[in-house]
Design a binder for this molecule. Structure first.
Ligand code: NAP
Length: 249
């Protein structure tokens, strides 16, 4: 079965690279009109848009730093101007920085909580106002790290723990408006971000693979396929869930 998002409008934050780019492409291939949000990588975002449109889909790129309230307002205004409504929000933009307790600083905390938690809340607030009366879907990209709780990740893991809780709370709060809210929690995935952070190929990655029943790390497409299912009508009875997509790790 292939899932259809025909006549739906989807916004994916942080969609110029990695997991977000794959989600945008899969939503576009399923028939959604896609807003490809990015913060600084214009060329990469244009490439994602071109891939969607050259396959017959609809997409636009919109720059906005989603940790900044005024930029979030502009992002949703541009979404409305382009497509008139919004049906699916994927809160994917996020940063990860690891460090031991003694390395935690105010900046390290604020950078991660400012985007991963505050940015997600601000974007959801503005997005929900654009959802039609028939409802909508919010999919928060959390992390399987909230199940693993490894050392040296207190701040990042805490941001994603907050995302899990926010997903469960908002599922209850927004359910009466037919808005479903779920978290998708990837295990380690090979992306631009995990390459830049030198995680791919590290001892940590080797350890993750050893503890993963399916014996490999994830690829962005592995996550995107789960997002399309949750966004589609076939996922219509699923809300308030935290779903690990991590090869069993
Ligand atoms: P990535 O390769 O580093 O890409 C990050 C994306 O987010 C880029 O498109 C970037 O756009 C965008 N972005 C960064 N700051 C932004 C901001 N302030 N406003 C809007 N967009 C912003 O990341 P990834 O590895 O794909 O991770 C994506 C999400 O999955 C994150 O929430 C991460 O925590 C989560 N996750 C990742 C893994 C993993 O192993 N990769 C595992 C579990 C969960 P610009 O380049 O334009 O700034």
């Amino acid at each position: 079965m292939s899932y259809s998002l025909k006549n739906k409008v989807a916004l994916v934050t942080g969609a110029s690279k990695g997991i977000g780019a794959a989600i945008a492409k899969h939503l576009g291939a399923a028939g959604a009109s896609v807003v490809v949000n990015y913060s600084s990588s214009r060329t990469a975002a244009d490439r994602v848009v071109n891939e969607i449109t050259s396959a017959g889909g609809k997409a636009i790129a919109v720059q906005a730093d989603v940790s900044k309230p005024d930029e979030v307002v502009r992002l949703l205004a541009e979404t409305k101007a382009a497509y008139g409504k919004l049906d699916v929000l994927v809160n994917n933009a996020g940063v990860y920085e690891f460090g031991a307790l003694e390395e935690i600083t105010v900046d390290h905390f604020q950078r991660q909580f400012g985007l991963n938690v505050l940015g997600l809340l601000l974007t959801t607030k503005e997005a929900v106002a654009l959802f039609p009366a028939e409802g909508g879907r919010v999919i928060n990209i959390s992390s399987a790290i909230t199940r693993l709780n490894p050392p040296h990740t207190a701040v990042y893991t805490a941001t994603k723990g907050a995302v899990d809780s926010i997903s469960r709370v908002l599922a209850k709060e927004l359910g009466p408006r037919k808005i479903r809210v779920n978290a998708i929690n990837p295990g380690l995935v090979e992306t631009e971000g995990t390459h830049t952070a030198s995680i791919i190929g590290s001892d940590m990655a080797t350890g993750v693979i050893a503890q993963t029943p399916l014996g490999r790390i994830g690829q962005p497409d592995d996550i995107a396929k789960a997002v399309v299912f949750i966004a589609s009508d076939e996922g219509g009875w699923i809300t308030g869930e935290v779903i690990n997509v991590s090869g069993g790790a």
